[in-house]
Design a protein around this ligand. Structure first.
Ligand SMILES: Cc1cc2nc3c(=O)[nH]c(=O)nc-3n(C[C@H](O)[C@H](O)[C@H](O)COP(=O)(O)OP(=O)(O)OC[C@H]3O[C@@H](n4cnc5c(N)ncnc54)[C@H](O)[C@@H]3O)c2cc1C
Length: 338
């Protein structure tokens, strides 16, 4: 039953643990709920879909109708010799979906184990980890368009996926709610263990017989040791994107800072780990009151308890300014600021 609640505290619904209040709040459990809720939202009033709240920073009460997505279900749509096509409800927990695929022998997202959040949010910023991006397995994304009041489906190409980016963060922002995502997964695994320390960890654990479960377990283990658990310390994962700079800029920086890491994106573009830049500016482990920069992972800004959204935001501004000052590079935020 679709109900509208008012003045709902979102503190337990965002991983930073910010106590923002939603003026209007509804839980969406089916595609039909989208059509129904449209009738209850005043014309022109902004909507804000909410999944697991793991990529958001509330700096104020949102002036929006919050739509908490809980559309569930995983359906095998079709299969052939090498692939399966699975349609997943946008409100499925991402990690549960990964585990479902691992258990059924469907390969392609095992490296994306333990990323918080929902299936429906995965295409928004094209989630990625350990050398894999979700765009590699997305066939299409279906959403309710609040402007046109219709369901629309975009195929992979039309989603304009980029590094932590898609059409959903651009032209379509604030106008849609993802209801289902169609994935194409492989029945034959193509293991990708070269990124991060997956290979070393597998060796250390004496695993020579690769399986989807072994890779997923190792990724889970590495993430648990490297990243703060939002259930213990409020955070939204990487706060900043890794900057991509012209190769010439990278080479000039390397002349001054020989240890600067860089990953080739193309013949002309190099990606620099933001964590390294932030650490060089002395922020790693910084703490002031209840907000700070995580001690193990400088890309992660944290709320130790009572920090406010503005505290975290202002800290991000200071980090950005110091990186710009030292390296001439403008960091971009990955987290959605509300
Ligand atoms: C500890 C930690 C580790 C993380 N590690 C990674 C990582 O390795 N790689 C990575 O890419 N990300 C990572 N993240 C970020 C986060 O997990 C992802 O961005 C995730 O996809 C967010 O999902 P969510 O459901 O919580 O989205 P939310 O935070 O609820 O929403 C994020 C944005 O998507 C929109 N949105 C959500 N659902 C819908 C929908 N159904 N329809 C339309 N818009 C929607 C929201 O309005 C908002 O703009 C990490 C976060 C944490 C806390």
């Amino acid at each position: 039953m679709l109900t509208v609640q008012q003045n709902i505290n979102l503190q337990s619904l965002n991983t930073f643990g910010m106590p923002a209040h939603a003026p209007f709040f509804s839980v969406i459990r089916s595609a039909a709920d989208c059509e129904q809720i449209q009738q209850l939202i005043p014309e022109g009033y902004p909507v804000l879909p909410l999944g697991g709240g793991s990529n958001m920073l509330f700096t104020q009460d949102p002036h929006a109708f919050i739509l908490k997505n809980e559309i569930k279900g995983i359906t095998l749509v079709k299969e052939d010799e090498g692939s399966v096509w699975l349609e997943a409800g946008a409100g499925e927990v991402w990690h549960d979906f990964v585990l479902y695929c691992v258990e059924h022998g469907y390969a392609g997202i095992e490296n994306l184990s333990l990323i918080p959040g929902t299936v429906g949010a995965a295409p928004i910023q094209n989630i990625g980890a350990y050398g894999v991006e979700v765009k590699q397995v997305i066939e299409s994304v279906t959403y309710w368009n609040f402007d046109k009041q219709v369901f629309e489906t975009l195929n992979n190409e039309a989603c304009n996926f980029g590094y932590r980016d898609s059409i959903f963060k651009g032209a379509l922002k604030g106008k849609f709610l993802v209801t289902t995502v169609l994935f194409r997964l492989s029945k034959v695994p193509h293991f990708n263990i070269s990124y991060g320390n997956i290979k070393e960890e597998l060796e250390q654990q004496g695993i020579t017989d690769l399986s989807l479960k072994a890779v997923s377990d190792v990724v889970i283990h590495i993430r648990r040791t490297k990243l703060p658990d939002p259930a213990v310390i409020g955070n939204a994962g990487s706060f900043f994107k890794n900057p991509e700079v012209p190769k010439a800029t990278y080479e000039a920086l390397k002349a001054n800072y020989p240890a600067i890491p860089g990953y080739v994106v193309s013949d002309t573009v190099t990606k620099i780990p933001a964590a390294w830049l932030i650490e060089q500016c002395g922020w790693k482990g910084f703490r002031e009151g209840d907000y700070g920069v995580h001690q193990r992972q400088p890309l992660v800004l944290v709320n130790y308890g009572q920090a406010k959204g503005e505290d975290i935001y202002r800290l991000s501004e200071r980090v950005i300014a110091s990186v710009k000052d030292k390296f001439g590079i403008s960091l971009e935020r990955e987290v959605q600021i509300i």
